[in-house]
Write a protein that binds this ligand. Structure first.
Ligand code: NAD
Length: 441
């Protein structure tokens, strides 16, 4: 059993805190956001993630996890301190490390005995050196700590499953002492553990996310070619992905990647290259292709509806991907903004993310959030699939058609079978499946 502090209990921190508590450790989560902390102190998670509520409740009630707003308390009552605060993008794309810097200073001020300080947030290579320097500068007890890196690879929507069953664990350390502590912490995990120096561990994280984003942009580039030539991107991706060297995952054409990680990490990694005199043009192109996905969707909207102005459009999905309520950098935000600018009347549904999107885009006479996907279809002149929730795959399409004013589906995630949808009498627009893009003129 270890005494662990988790500083920053957002998507990564809270899942990590609950995961370590479930494994029998004593965990204290430190959170400065009062609204989140109030919920956590009552044993409720401030965001949706499958199984999180149940496991948090269990460990909260058995006393293995508690929450505080005090870094001092977290540091003093633990031996291992995980930094899990945000590293959002600055205007120029580089990572804003101000939260890391603030936390480093606070940790320094409260060190009371030897601690292992682990950066879990995604940070540019060599950030650990800055954390170390900051702690040394602000701490009265020199050399009474060590730094390690343990980047996080969980995916929102399956975060707890990923915590307990990761593909690999990466540990960046500077000593055997730190290595042994972290290997012991992860001793029950059935996956390869990669032990490296800290710079290598930091690069592994950015390189992994950039590669995955690149895969998505690559298939979206091919998707555009499929549209021009009447080919089918779903079959191309399958045929390509069966090659074990390539792999089938992350070859899904559509509206591109979103969320709080890929967009920011691709841009941050590009900047990191620049800082070191390297031009990561591949990443610039990855980002550019991703940005163009919304234009591709809008071309379809205009092809289907001519002018969106005054037309009722149902939007299914605002979360950046299924099984999460996170809307940070979600493609839906750009879709909604663009359609609003064009004067469309929007009826928007999402199973989990409406409370979060409401904080960014308020309701008005031309924009309503609705409680069921069928409500979004009522009187709609087109239906746009933005997030591929399973709930939407199982829609009763006959009912959808009856409810709609004009049966047009624009499927940004290719969730429907084109033959089935068109045989029901829909006009069906999808991504990269060339034969299903033509209007029934
Ligand atoms: P988040 O914004 O959800 O959580 C960060 C939390 O830290 C917030 O709740 C914030 O209030 C808190 N915080 C900030 N400063 C604090 C302080 N001084 N004291 C206490 N709490 C403080 O972010 P996230 O999505 O959990 O991401 C955290 C890091 O993990 C980022 O670097 C991100 O890139 C990385 N990461 C995220 C994911 C993901 O899927 N979200 C996956 C892997 C890695």
């Amino acid at each position: 059993m270890q005494r662990i502090a988790i500083i920053g209990t957002g998507y990564v921190g809270l899942v990590t805190a609950v995961g370590f508590a479930e494994l029998g450790n004593n965990v204290i989560g430190v959170e400065k956001d009062k609204e989140k902390l109030d919920l956590l102190k009552k044993g409720f998670p401030p965001f949706y993630e499958p199984r999180l509520e149940e496991l948090l409740k269990k460990n909260f009630e058995n006393g293995r996890i508690k929450f505080s707003d005090s870094v001092k308390e977290g540091v003093e009552k633990s031996d291992i301190i995980f930094i899990c605060v945000g590293t959002p993008p600055l205007e120029d794309g580089s990572a804003d490390l101000s939260q890391i810097s603030v936390v480093s200073k606070e940790i320094a001020e409260h060190l009371n005995g030897w601690k292992l300080i682990v950066e879990k947030s995604t940070v540019p290579v060599m950030t650990s050196q800055w954390i170390k320097r900051t702690i040394k500068l602000y701490s009265k007890k020199e050399e009474n700590f060590e730094i390690a890196s343990n980047p996080e690879f969980l995916r929102e929507g399956s975060a707890l499953k990923d915590f307990f069953h990761p593909d690999r664990i990466v540990i960046g350390v500077e000593s055997d002492r730190a290595k042994d502590i972290l290997l012991n912490l992860y001793k029950d995990f059935d996956c390869p553990i990669v032990v490296t120096d800290i710079n290598t561990a930091e690069i592994i994280k950015h390189a992994s996310n950039s590669f995955l984003a690149m895969k998505i942009s690559f298939i979206n580039m091919i998707s555009d070619l499929c549209e021009k030539t009447g080919a089918d991107i779903e079959k191309v991706a399958y045929g390509v992905g069966l090659d074990k060297r390539i792999g089938i995952q992350f070859l899904k054409a559509g509206l591109g990647y979103g969320g709080s990680c890929f967009p920011k990490d691709v841009r941050a990694f590009f900047k990191i290259g620049e800082i070191h005199g390297l031009h990561f043009g591949l990443l610039k192109e990855t980002h550019k292709i991703n940005e163009q996905r919304i234009e591709r969707l809008m071309e379809k909207v205009k092809s289907a509806l001519w002018l969106p102005k005054g037309k009722v459009i149902g939007i299914l999905g605002v979360a950046f991907k299924p099984n999460t309520d996170d809307v940070r950098e979600a493609p839906s935000l750009k879709v909604i903004e663009t359609l609003r600018r064009e004067g469309a009347i929007l009826k928007i549904h999402d199973p989990k993310a409406i409370p979060n999107v409401k904080k960014i885009i308020e309701e008005d006479k031309n924009l309503k959030y609705v409680n069921s996907p069928y409500e979004a279809c009522e009187g709609a002149e087109a239906l746009i699939i933005v997030t591929e929730w399973d709930e939407y795959r199982g829609l009763d399409l006959k009912k959808v058609k009856e409810l709609m004013k004009t049966p047009i589906i624009i499927d940004g995630r290719n969730i429907f079978n084109p033959e089935e949808v068109t045989s029901l009498g829909f006009e069906y627009y999808c991504m990269g499946r060339g034969n299903y893009l033509k209007r029934k003129d």
